[in-house]
Design a protein around this ligand. Sequence first.
Ligand code: NAP
Length: 260
Amino acid sequence: MVSQGLSKGSSTVRALILGGTSDANRLADAAARLGFAAIYSYGGRTRAPAAQVLPTRIGGFGGVRGLSCYIRQQRITHVVDATHPFAAEISRNAVAACAATATALIALERAPWMKAPSDNWIEVADVAAAAAALPEPSARVFLAIGRQHLAPFLARPQHAYTLRYVDPPEGSLPLPNAGIIVSRGPFTLAGDLDLMRSRGIEWIVARNAGGTGARAKIDAARELGLPVVMIARPELPERRRAESVEEVLAWLGHDARLGA
Ligand code: NAP
């Protein structure tokens, strides 16, 4: 348990890490190792989230107001939004709550994947457009999106879907023709090539998450020449951003040193 802040001069860092991603976990490990006082927050989507060295809380704060109260109560000085690039609600709430409480905010945001000349990507704005972009004839589709986003694919029942989740689903899925793989990333190119071949996958639907943990399916698609329906990231308000754990640590240390 980390209980004391990184103290330089009169300033003490007490960070809130909005987590749930492998980047957030790496940041938490480093913060604990370096002795930053920090709290790790999970949204509570996964039944058995990875254990953290840092003190951890789980579940929503109750919107902007709840997050603002939490920041004040816990005397948080710095918020690091290290959530998934598609977790737009918590990211928007973090911007608003940090503005309301005059708390420093940085987003740890990995760069999106870039299309290579040999890639066959159909780039779309959202999940509904992704469902519409699938072909008319029946196809075997690897649907690499969260289970809460499946509804638009009900309009495309001719396809056989493969889904991959960290937890086995509770109850039946809304899609009639869907097979589920239960597995926790990071995934490898060899593993995802095997998945695509063994299931005869012809199309992939993915969100442009960026980073390495989920990119094996994109590399596998490239190698197999498969089309990828790539969903763009949601628009988020302007905020300070870092692409690496090291940048975030420097930001925390720098501010502590300057008392900012
Ligand atoms: P979201 O839609 O942005 O958040 C919905 C609500 O969940 C937030 O308003 C907040 O509730 C709570 N919440 C989310 N992350 C939290 C955190 N780290 N700590 C405390 N509360 C948190 O995000 P999401 O529901 O997690 O996911 C949205 C999409 O991103 C999904 O498609 C999901 O598959 C994908 N995704 C997210 C993560 C992640 O790190 N969160 C990881 C992998 C994939 P209150 O308003 O009550 O505070």
